[in-house]
Ligand binder design. Structure first.
Ligand SMILES: [Zn+2]
Length: 90
């Protein structure tokens, strides 16, 4: 069970949240190739290490934010606003 620190409500149980998948995905231009569109729509990174995800506090403030989480240890490395840049976590 994860304890997620909502930037608006503080630490809450994982059950109050919904994971929205990978964050920081750039939509390609309309003129992009079919391969670029396929990558945008269907392919996601699945690293053994830090991944950047969107989470929503569904049963709380209902706001979205970003989480940097290690997929190996499930440790949450950072929580930051949707408008903030991706933190550099080594
Ligand atoms: Zn919240």
């Amino acid at each position: 069970m994860l304890l997620i620190h909502c930037p608006h409500c503080g630490p809450r149980d994982e059950g109050e949240f919904t994971c929205g998948g990978e964050s920081h995905i750039q939509r390609p231009a309309l003129s992009a190739s079919a391969e670029d569109w396929a990558e945008y729509l269907f392919l996601r990174h699945n690293p053994a290490g830090v991944t950047y995800e969107r989470w929503r506090h569904t049963f709380g403030c209902e706001r979205w934010f970003n989480v940097a989480r290690c997929t190996v240890s499930h440790r949450i490395e950072a929580v930051y606003a949707m408008t903030e840049a991706k933190p550099d976590i080594a």
